[in-house]
Ligand binder design. Structure first.
Ligand code: PHE
Length: 347
């Protein structure tokens, strides 16, 4: 192959390469690389032709070849950097961070439905001037039964109802009524106390849990009557269920009150017309109550000839089940988030 040819070719290639536009993206870059610098590219073909160039022209041809190669390498190298830089710039622009947007809200927790109902009821009585007291969950037979006028062989002391703690002479309290005695002994009369807390009974089905919550309330003063009891509980029911609720007291028995009663409210589901929840009666029993038995006052260091009082106790789970239409008490204690999340937003 004549040498002029190669030098001419190199000169025209030099011109061509000088006007190759800088590749704008990876695809263009790759095709420039392959076309000029690839194994079968223009430069490698022309390098092979170097072999047949006469010795005196070799330096010029070699120099041209080298110049073209470094021009091309410069072109490809700087295009490579520019393409990468553009890519990063585009990514950053795509990730534009708008500081005016509201932040991602963390998921808020909420009060457990039992806590919410307990707080609501405690608030109602606090508003009426009751002080909040708590007693121990592990109790003695003395406070849980004896001072509350339970006869020695009373069935409530039966192993079937009461959890006995091994080795110590203690039980888990079966109701919040022992707080009556503890508060009377601690403060003396007059008193108005509300005592929320956990209680335990050896019992388990859809409406009974071995651990549940009660609120005890009682008032000790002079000239306290059943009228005070009924008025207080009516005011409470009205705050809890609204102005339309009706209440009634039915005679009942608890050793620590005389007379004893149970209070019903007009059914919160059907309004008193009769439904499945109230078993067509129109009424729902929500608490036990009565005038504090003279023996309980005596056992608590209070003279029953001077002072009298009323007391009541209600189960929180039952109130919460009615309030939220929950038909299985165990749902409250399984801590299934799908259940608990439904109570978000409060009661
Ligand atoms: N302690 C009783 C119970 O657990 C409820 C009650 C409290 C009844 C106060 C009358 C007076 O069932």
């Amino acid at each position: 192959m004549p040498a002029e040819n190669l030098i001419e070719k190199l000169l025209s290639l030099k011109g061509e390469v000088a006007s190759v536009p800088s590749p704008a993206d990876e695809k263009e870059l790759e095709s420039v690389r392959i076309k000029y610098l690839g194994k079968k590219g223009v430069l490698s073909i022309l390098s092979q032709e170097m072999r047949s160039v006469p010795a005196d022209q070799k330096p010029e041809a070699g120099k041209l070849l080298q110049e073209i190669r470094s021009t091309l390498e410069g072109l490809v190298g700087s295009a490579e950097i520019e393409i990468k830089r553009n890519k990063v710039r585009r990514e950053i622009e795509g990730e534009f961070f708008d500081t005016t947007l509201p932040s991602i809200q963390p998921e808020f927790g909420s009060a457990h439905p039992i806590s919410a109902v307990m707080d609501e009821i405690t608030d109602i009585f606090s508003g009426m001037g009751f002080q909040v007291e708590e007693g121990p969950e592990t109790e003695s037979d003395l406070y849980n039964f004896e001072k509350l006028n339970f006869p020695p062989e009373h069935p409530a002391r039966d192993m079937q109802d009461t959890f006995h703690l091994l080795d110590v002479e203690k039980i888990l309290r079966t109701h919040t009524s022992p707080v009556q005695v503890r508060a009377m002994e601690k403060y003396g009369p007059p008193l108005a106390v509300i005592a929320p807390g956990k209680v335990y009974r050896c019992d388990a089905d859809v409406t009974h849990s071995p651990m549940f919550h009660q609120i005890e309330g009682f008032v000790i003063d002079k000239n306290i009557t059943m009228g005070d009891l009924k008025g207080t509980l009516k005011a409470f029911a009205t705050r809890l269920y609204g102005a339309d609720v009706k209440v009634r007291l039915r005679p009942s028995f608890f050793p620590f009150v005389e007379p004893g009663a149970e209070m019903d409210v007009s059914c919160v589901i059907c309004g008193g017309a009769g439904c499945r929840v109230c078993k067509q009666s129109g009424w729902l029993e929500i608490l036990g109550a009565g005038m504090i038995h003279p023996n309980v006052l005596k056992a608590s260091g209070i003279d029953p000839d001077q002072w009298g009082g009323f007391a009541f106790g209600l189960g929180i789970e039952r109130i919460a089940m009615l309030k939220y239409g929950v038909d299985d008490i165990r749902l409250f204690f399984e801590n299934d988030m799908r259940f608990l999340r439904q109570f978000k937003g409060g009661v």
